[in-house]
Design a protein around this ligand. Structure first.
Ligand code: UDP
Ligand code: MG
Length: 315
């Protein structure tokens, strides 16, 4: 039985040697799980790194036979890197994980065991704790999962990232997906098939800095919501009707003030400003959301590949 670990790397020269040591240990200790002998493969996806990552990976691929490296022609992003890994995976199951050891590789054998015992198609790792993450990241993540679960048609498990095991069936179904701008942790549950949770403690990054700055995080979150739901568009309509109703009430109030002495309308500009600001901001928000969907349609219609591979090592 073959299991691939899909590991996207972007400028990870500091963490790679530590990661490689731990992964090698993992492979060494787990040649057999239950009655199944396992042949492991490390599938590194080098996402256009500009530091020593490329050289380090090249050396690993030359030295060891269980290593495969996909080199991208430039930096395409984490989600395209994972996608490329899944597209190039011929194993019975794949584990998607980060290179920075925040997802401790030592729990992978238990994930494999859960998969074999439960007879399911996938095992997703749920974070019981998150070490080394800022309060802001935890808060924004929690808000995001609440929002997306309210909006999307399928339930996304909370505190679940891309760290997960997927079997051949899921990989095959995933490879059928034609859309670009994938939101993998949403698409894999969307595919269906029985998938079981596995609880673990998320560690702090081993070395180096996060490669997910706020801008990339916002892009990922927006992709998540836009690719799984068209509800924001419906909400705009509702919002439009609500504001129309408010405007209607204001009109009635103003008309009444002509006839009823008890009601008076201030001839000030404040009320006017508020109304103008309110409605123009609603307009802008609505336009922005629609614009987002249109830009996705535009991107899809170009039909460009999500990533471009420059070279493959270790095949
Ligand atoms: N990564 C990537 N391409 C990018 C950004 C990140 O392949 O453009 C990889 C990175 O090397 C790491 C994983 O994606 O293995 C997760 O990134 P990181 O740990 O920096 O994100 P965080 O855990 O801080 O959200
Ligand atoms: Mg990380």
């Amino acid at each position: 039985m073959k299991i691939s670990l899909i590991i996207p790397c972007y400028n990870e020269e500091e963490v790679l040697p530590i990661a490689f040591k731990r992964l090698k240990q993992l492979i060494h200790n787990n040649r057999q799980i239950h009655d199944k002998s396992i042949s492991w493969e490390l599938l590194f996806v080098n996402d256009g790194s500009k530091d020593g990552t490329t050289e380090i990976l090249k050396k690993y691929a030359e030295d060891e036979d269980f290593i495969k490296v996909l080199n991208f022609s430039r930096n395409f992003g984490h989600q395209p890197a994972v996608t490329a890994g899944l597209h190039h995976c011929d194993a019975d199951a794949a584990v998607i994980m980060d290179c920075d050891m925040q997802d401790p590789p030592e729990v992978i054998p238990s994930m494999v065991e859960t998969w074999l015992n439960e007879g399911c198609h996938g095992v997703y790792a749920v974070r019981e704790s998150r070490k080394g993450e800022t309060g802001f990241k935890k808060l924004s993540a929690s808000l995001f999962y609440k929002t997306i679960n309210r909006l999307s048609e399928i339930e996304l498990p909370r505190d679940t990232g891309d760290f997960r095991l997927v079997d051949k069936t899921i990989i095959q179904a995933f490879c059928e997906l034609k859309e670009g701008d994938k939101y993998i942790r949403g698409l894999i549950p969307w595919l269906g098939f029985e998938q079981k949770p596995f609880y673990y403690q998320r560690e702090a990054r081993e070395a180096g800095e996060t490669k997910y700055p706020l801008s990339k995080m916002i892009k990922l979150a927006a992709n998540g919501i836009l690719s799984l739901s068209s509800k924001p568009l419906e909400k705009i309509m509702t919002l439009g009707f609500v504001s129309l109703f408010i405007a209607f009430l204001v009109v009635i109030y103003t008309l009444l003030s002509f006839f009823l002495p008890g009601i008076s309308v201030e001839p000030g500009w404040a009320s006017l400003m508020i109304v103008i600001l309110f409605f123009s901001s609603m307009n802008l928000i609505a336009l922005g959301i629609i614009g987002y969907y249109i830009s996705r349609i535009f991107n899809e219609s170009k039909n460009r590949p999500e990533y471009i591979i420059e070279s493959i090592l270790g095949e």
